[in-house]
Design a binder for this molecule. Structure first.
Ligand SMILES: [Zn+2]
Length: 124
């Protein structure tokens, strides 16, 4: 993983030099306070085919890092939850297949996160 340094203007600490990880896709222009600086990356969705709504996107997972947070300044992986869909037996099998694929994705995120916490770490 590579990283570069960017400057983020803040109301409480002026221009703050921040390590910008290569996975970050966040816009850092609206962060008024240094502790609110948040790196976030692209998310990967679990995609379950449904008869009622077509492909349903759920359980997005992505990396988040608030390097100046006073309580939690480690890189983490965040998962968002979401609505109801109905399945017939074949649809349930497709959902189960999608869950197995997503489980593999979560393991990839876990390995990447462990590497980032070890090597990318805390800039302070
Ligand atoms: Zn960033």
């Amino acid at each position: 993983m590579s990283a570069r340094t960017i400057t983020v203007p803040t109301a409480d600490h002026g221009d703050v030099q921040v390590t910008e990880p290569d996975w970050c896709t966040a816009d850092h222009t609206g962060e008024a306070y240094r502790e609110d600086i948040e790196h976030s990356g692209a998310v990967t969705y679990l995609v379950i085919p449904t008869e009622c709504h077509g492909p349903a996107h759920a359980l997005p997972v992505g990396f988040v890092w608030r390097p100046f947070s006073p309580t939690a300044n480690q890189i983490t992986a965040a998962i968002e939850m979401d609505e109801w869909h109905e399945f017939d037996p074949a649809g349930l099998h497709r959902a189960a297949d999608a869950l197995i694929e997503h489980a593999a994705t979560l393991r990839v995120y876990a390995r990447q996160l462990a590497a980032m916490q070890t090597h990318g770490g805390d800039p302070r």
